[in-house]
Design a protein around this ligand. Sequence first.
Ligand code: DC
Length: 222
Amino acid sequence: MIIAIDGPAGSGKSAVAAELARTLGITHLDTGAMYRAVAWEAMKLSVIDQPAAVTAIAQQASLEIDCTVEPAVVLLNGVDVTCAIRFPEVTRVTYCAADNPDVRAELVRRQRIIASRLESVVTEGRDQGTVAFPDAEFKFFIDAQPGERARRRVHQLQLKGITESYERVLEEILVRDKRDRSRSVGPLKPASDAIIIDSSEMDLSEVTVLLAQLIRAEDKNV
Ligand code: DC
C-alpha cells in the first residue's frame, strides 16, 4: 500500500508522515532528503550551478536511505549526511537539484524502486501523488498558512540548535513556494484525487489521527 503525502515547506507533512508511519507500523520515505543529498554533494564539489554535473551526481552516486530508523539515516557515497543536509545553506540550494528534470527523473526512478521493495510505505514530498505514485491508494496534500509554516520551521531549526529569524524564514518559504509551484516538471500541486488538509490550526497529532482515520475507514486491514 502506498500513502502519498505532498505539501509545501513547513506544512508539517514530514512530521505527520513520520508519525503516521509509526501509527500504522509501516515505513516512512522522505523524498526531500534525496534532493537535499544530491545538492549537498554538488555543493561540496562546487558544481551546484552546473546542471549536467548535478545530474551526474544523481545518476551515479550511491544513495542509501535507511528508512527503518527515524529520522532516516542518509548515506551518500558512504558518507552519513543525515544532519548536514538539513542545514539552511543546503536548503537554499536544493532547488538546483529539484528544478532539474533529469535529476527528478532519476530520483523518482529510485523512489519507485525503494517503494517496490516495501509492503507499505508513507512517502512524502512534492510530487508523490502526482508523478511518482499516481496510483497510490491514498493521497493527501497537507497545507498551512505561510506565517504558520514559518513559525513551525523556526521552531524545528531551534530544536536543532540553528537560529534563524522568523522574517528570513518566512521570506524563504515564500520564495520556495513560488519555485516549487512553478517548476515545469513535478511541480507542487495536489493530485486531482488527493484529500487536501489545511493544518494551520491543527497540531501534529490531530492531523495524524485524521489521516489514520481516513485510511482505516477505507482499508480495514491497517
Ligand atoms: O521537503 P524538503 O524541504 O526536505 O524538500 C527539500 C527540497 O526538495 C525542496 O526544495 C523541495 C524539493 N522536493 C521536491 O522537489 N520533490 C520532492 N518529492 C521532495 C522535495
